[in-house]
Design a protein around this ligand. Structure first.
Ligand SMILES: NC(=O)c1ccc[n+]([C@@H]2O[C@H](COP(=O)([O-])OP(=O)(O)OC[C@H]3O[C@@H](n4cnc5c(N)ncnc54)[C@H](O)[C@@H]3O)[C@@H](O)[C@H]2O)c1
Ligand SMILES: O=c1ccn([C@@H]2O[C@H](COP(=O)(O)OP(=O)(O)O[C@H]3O[C@H](CO)[C@@H](O)[C@H](O)[C@H]3O)[C@@H](O)[C@H]2O)c(=O)[nH]1
Length: 330
């Protein structure tokens, strides 16, 4: 069964491509390699192109009998989005409209969307369920919420069925496939901490220690990238079996402060990992922790890496040969 994976050469998308192959699906990847990597995916499955290219999308849908689309392609940095909102609205919203229009023209009606915990903003409840208030605090989160709303309108208008998967913080690496997180430049906390353990950085700069949390640093819920991929397969099966549109949080339900993340990384790597304190980063809510009970109940999802140390161990196994962090940019 042919599945179009948009953004499939990126961090989460490339793990998804492995997961699809392991489960007998036939993925085709569309990626412009703006932050993804040719080495992360089987070359013969990659179409190098941009989501903004309507003619290319029409060509893809007419060439392949696509059963469903998994959409990972977007810009992803919370802090950057505050200073460059139009960049985010253009790629994350306008380009997604292109994709949805091409799907409508081709009669493809199943869609799995990479949404985010950033749609919630400062939590109205703890842990966050999907019915919590949606008040994103940065353009990145707003761009994802806009797409969720567009998907609901398309469901009503032309029968699109979508799974909006609101991931919390993706981390870790595939234990055997030789792929992992490699953003250039890296902005995510865990890879930065591990690069510091490797001596590639002098210290980790903590973005603010005056938040209303027990140790003053931001709390996040970290979820293994392979557990995310497994949830997508379950959501895909659910839609292929005729399931109605759904929205699910994907997280482990346990929050770790930045200082706690660094402590776990110290324990895993055996390195002291120096820190410095920097000002707050714009757009950061203090606390984001998931209730993933909807995914458990509706999809039968069960994370295989429920604790942070087991997630960091896989990330460390990936980052430790330094060339994975340093040189494999394309
Ligand atoms: N990493 C996280 O913690 C996290 C958490 C919540 C949600 N998400 C969402 O998951 C998705 C994947 O995130 P990731 O961490 O793998 O990011 P990533 O940057 O590694 O992957 C995104 C991929 O999309 C491609 N891409 C971007 N714009 C494109 C375009 N216009 N045309 C074609 N390809 C394009 C990039 O080249 C890259 O391969 C994103 O939508 C992100 O918002 C990520
Ligand atoms: O060098 C660093 C890097 C990060 N942080 C902080 O660590 C926390 C986690 O940051 P990061 O790893 O950048 O993740 P988030 O900003 O929480 O965003 C990620 O997780 C979101 C879901 O919660 C996704 O939607 C985003 O795409 C993804 O980038 C935040 O408080 C950051 O300010 C630091 O203090 N120092």
């Amino acid at each position: 069964m042919k599945i179009l994976v948009v953004g499939g050469a990126g961090y989460i998308g490339s793990h998804m491509v492995r997961e699809l192959l392991d489960n007998g699906y036939d993925p085709v990847i569309l990626d412009n390699l703006s932050s993804g990597h040719r080495w992360a995916v089987p070359g013969e499955r990659l179409v190098h192109g941009d989501l903004g290219d309507r003619a290319l999308l029409a060509h893809l849908f007419s060439t392949y009998q696509v059963s469903a689309v998994l959409h990972f392609a977007s810009f992803i940095q919370v802090g950057e989005s505050v200073g460059a909102p139009l960049k985010y609205y253009h790629n994350n919203v306008a380009n997604t409209l292109n994709l949805l229009s091409a799907m409508q023209e081709a009669g493809v009606t199943r869609f799995v969307f990479s949404s985010t915990a950033a749609v919630y903003g400062t939590p109205s409840e703890i842990p966050l369920t999907e019915s919590a208030e949606l008040r994103p605090e940065n353009p990145y989160g707003r761009s994802k919420l806009m797409v969720e709303q567009i998907l609901a309108d398309c469901a009503h208008a032309w029968g699109l069925r979508s799974a909006c998967l609101r991931y919390f913080n993706a981390a870790g690496a595939h234990p055997t496939a030789g792929i992992g997180e490699a953003h250039h430049p890296e902005s995510h906390l865990i890879p930065i901490v591990l690069q510091t353990a490797l001596g590639m950085r002098d210290s980790v700069s903590i973005n603010g220690d005056d938040y209303p949390t027990p140790d003053g640093t931001c709390i996040r819920d970290y979820i293994h990238v392979c557990d995310l991929a497994a949830a997508h397969t379950l959501a895909l099966r659910y839609l292929l079996d005729g399931g109605d549109s759904l929205t699910c949080n994907l997280g482990n339900g346990k929050g770790y402060s930045i200082r706690e993340v660094i402590d776990v990384c110290r324990a895993v790597t055996g390195h002291p990992i120096p820190v410095t304190i920097a000002p707050r980063r714009a757009g950061d809510p203090a606390y984001l922790v998931a209730s993933a009970q909807t995914a458990v109940r509706l999809l039968g999802w069960k994370p295989q890496y429920p604790d942070l140390a087991s997630i960091v161990e896989t990330a460390w196994a990936w980052h430790r040969p330094k060339e994975n962090s340093l040189f494999r940019s394309i």
